[in-house]
Design a protein around this ligand. Sequence first.
Ligand SMILES: C=CC1=C(C)c2cc3[nH]c(cc4nc(cc5[nH]c(cc1n2)c(C)c5CCC(=O)O)C(CCC(=O)O)=C4C)c(C)c3C=C
Ligand SMILES: [Fe+2]
Ligand SMILES: [Fe+2]
Length: 342
Amino acid sequence: MPAAARIASPAHDSTAAPRDTALVLVNLGTPDAPTAPAVRRYLSEFLHDRRVVTLTRWLWWPLLHLVILPLRAAKVARKYASIWLPDAADGAHDGGSPLAVHTQRLAQAVQRELPQLRVVAAMRYGQPALAQTLQVLRAQGVARVLALPLYPQYSTSTTASVGDVLAGATGLQTRMVEDYHAQADWIEAVAASIRSHRAEHGAGAHLLFSFHGLPQRFVDAGDPYARQCEASARAIAQRLGLADDAWTLSYQSRFGRERWLEPATRDTLAALAQRGVREVDVVAPGFAVDCLETLEEVAMMLAEDFAARGGRLRYIPCLNDRPAHAHALAAIAQRALDEWQG
Ligand SMILES: C=CC1=C(C)c2cc3[nH]c(cc4nc(cc5[nH]c(cc1n2)c(C)c5CCC(=O)O)C(CCC(=O)O)=C4C)c(C)c3C=C
Ligand SMILES: [Fe+2]
Ligand SMILES: [Fe+2]
C-alpha cells in the first residue's frame, strides 16, 4: 500500500463522527522492503538522528556513509528477509515488515477501544512518517494530538526523539505520554501473556527479560531507561509470583563498539547454560510489537545458540494487537487526555 494511503485511510473514514482530537501511536519505524537500498534509506535516516548517535558530525558522517551503511545494509536486509510477513492469500491484509504490520493492527485495535477519537499509527523513521502524519491530521481539521510512543520505558534515544518531531509541528496542540513502564494494565497484560505461554508449554523454565540495550553513556547522563526496565521486570515478576532466582534481566541488540548496558542477553544465556539451566523462556517487554530484534535476534539466532549449548529457548511473543494490549494503551491514552482537559 502506498505510504500516503496508509496515512490517510484511518482519518478518511466517512462513517465516523467529526473528531478533532487524534491519538497517534508512534513506533520506531522499519524499512519498506527487505532489500539493501530500502534498508540503507531507513538506517540512514535513523542513524542521522542526533538523539541516537551523538558523535560529532565530522567523525560520524564519513564512518556512516563509507563504512556502516555500505556494509550493514546488505547484511541487515537478509535478516529482514528472514522475518518478512507475506500478504494474506485471500487479500484480507497486507504483509510487510512485522513492526509495521503489527503496529498498524495495534492501532486498529486501539481505535475499536476509543471510537470517539481518531487513532492512527506513525513511525519516527520511514513510513508513514510522523511529521507528515501530523500535517495530514491538521489538514483534516484535527486540533489536538496526543502522541503515545510505543516505548514502555523512556529513553532520550527513542521517546525524546518523538518529542522533537512534535515540537516542530505547527498549528496543532500536542502532548506526549512519556512512558508507561509501571502502568498496572500494561504490567498485567504482559504477565498474562507469560502465564498463558507457560500454561501451554510448562511453568518450570527460567524467565529471561530481554530489553533493547542502550549505550551506558546515556544512563550516566541521566537517562531513566535502565531504571525503568528494572522496575518493569520486577513488577511483572512479582505479578507472576516468581522467586528472585527464577528470572533475570538482560539487554540485547548492542550496536557499535562503546560500552552498552549490561549484562548482554547473549552472555546471560551462556551463563545460564553454564549453570545447567536447560529451559529458558525469553520475553521482551521493551518492545510493544514484534520486530527484527525479537523475531530474528532472539527467536532465531539466540535460540539457535542456546540449542547448541544443549538447552531450549522459547520466545514469548510481544503483546502485538492482543486485546489486553489495546485495552491497556487505550486506558493510558484516556488518562492522559483527561489530565490534559483538566
Ligand atoms: C525499544 C527501545 C529501543 C531503544 C532504547 C533503542 C536504542 C538504540 N537502537 C540503536 C540502533 C539500532 N536499532 C535498530 C532496530 C530497532 N531498535 C528498536 C528499539 C530501540 N532502539 C526497534 C524496535 C528496532 C527494530 C526495527 C525493525 O525494523 O524491526 C537498528 C536497525 C537494525 C540493525 O541495523 O541492526 C539499529 C541500527 C541505537 C544506536 C540505540 C541507542 C542509542
Ligand atoms: Fe549524511
Ligand atoms: Fe534500536
